[in-house]
Design a protein around this ligand. Sequence first.
Ligand SMILES: [Zn+2]
Length: 545
Amino acid sequence: MLKIVNGQVYDPINGVIGEGQELLIDNGKIVDSLSDENCQIIDASGCVVMPGGIEIHSHIAGPKVNSARSMCPEDHYDHFMIKTQKTRSGTGYTIPSTYMTGYQYSRLGYTTAFEAAVPALEARHAHEELKETPLLDSGIYTLMGNNYMIMKILSEKDEVGRRERLHDVVRWLLTSSKGYAVKVVNPGGVENWKWNNGSVDLDTPVAPFRITPRNIMIGLAETVKELKLPHGLHLHANRLGETGNFVTTLETMKALEGYPVHFTHLQFYSYGLTNKGALRSAAREIAEYLNTHPEFTCDVGQIVFGPATTMTADSPMQFRLHQLTGNKWINADVEMETGAGIVPMMYKPSVLFNAIQWCIGLELLLLIKDPWQIVLTTDHPNAGPFTSYPQIIRLLMDSDYRNSIIDQLHPKTTQFTNLKELKREYTLEEIAIITRSAPAKALGLTKKGHLGVGAEADIAIYKMLKNKERMFDSPAYVLKNGKIVVRDGIVIDSFAGRRLIVEPDGSKCLPPDLVKDFASYYSVALSNFAVQDEYLLHPEVIPCI
Ligand SMILES: [Zn+2]
């Protein structure tokens, strides 16, 4: 049992904003009374108390993350943690080792994180790594946007049969992979690239199925809605990173109106085009659309200057990035399901394109009026490491600091962006929303992201400091399941978190004709495909809506 007293509590879901409220904790949960008043007390005088942070989109486990670790020894030389009595050693900056990933999230006050892109075929590897990523409740999103079975069904003519078969296959993929949400990456684009075709737009035919990216997204969004999954379709749309792509982004949003959809790393999709064919910010156009469509959520994918490691199932995009930068790369085909690529990057304020990208992310955060619609992410480690969140929080809360960085960017940056004109400064309430309450809501996690009675006692306590980067960089306390795991920015306890999964009602078997296809085309037997229960230490089924 434990009591937190004298803190200023920020719990936006329950309408508590900076109030001096006591929090009582028993058995890992927030309770309304304690049987023993002589319990441990945390005096949070001069501190802000928030629910534990929730990472909605990050790449922290699985084959591509592990390949990146071995591909980039330079990421490990200077960044390491020494073993302590409670923690293991670890290395890595943009791609830290599993234990270090858990500790680093924890020491920022984050207590839950989702790995955003896992092919079902390789889910076992992702779960094994998450098992070794301590102090985080975690889950994986299962890739489906270029899956043979899905595309084959979508190409069938019988509308009713098609719908039911799509439900079956989505349930089968989710439960076989022990996934949490349906992830789509460049729908149809990866498949088309395997046939040596170029970039796809919404209505480009996808060989050889004679369907389009639009069919794939609508078909899967409809299925997510009908299966009542707790999180909407998690969408990495077409044309990521291409100048002028905001037109496709807006068309995609219009096509998906009425469906539950989360648009991920939207910064990479808000690129306009000047008359001379150069990049300009189109954050205003995207934000204006979202401001009138509160049903959609997004996360930002904010660029951080410095090293990054791009890794994504969007293999054609990674090939282009490799050609563009000349940087080393890996590209992989994942049999019937997807592709993947890795390219290390360096984002520089002196490079005009990078400087504009940096401004676009912040513009989205400042122009989207409702903080419940946008979640803070760096698409770790694609746009930068998650350890930069405190710096981004300062950029949002302190316009003088923001302007001082704008002044250091490539001198032409302000010609193509609007960031300098934006005066908005985030409040602590808004920071609590974009880092914990909004992601909890978007993910359908009713016991997380708030501090009401019955909520999980995942709590971050930050000393109130003027410099918000320092404030959020080193919490006074972090509690996981009601236990103190971080004290003054140092990890003092370590244990495994839970694995969050879904189990939608209905058949979880592959239809018989597709069992035949599986036997013909996969390199594994169907009986070896599903992730066995022992790969999950503490599974928790999150109910469908
Ligand atoms: Zn991502």
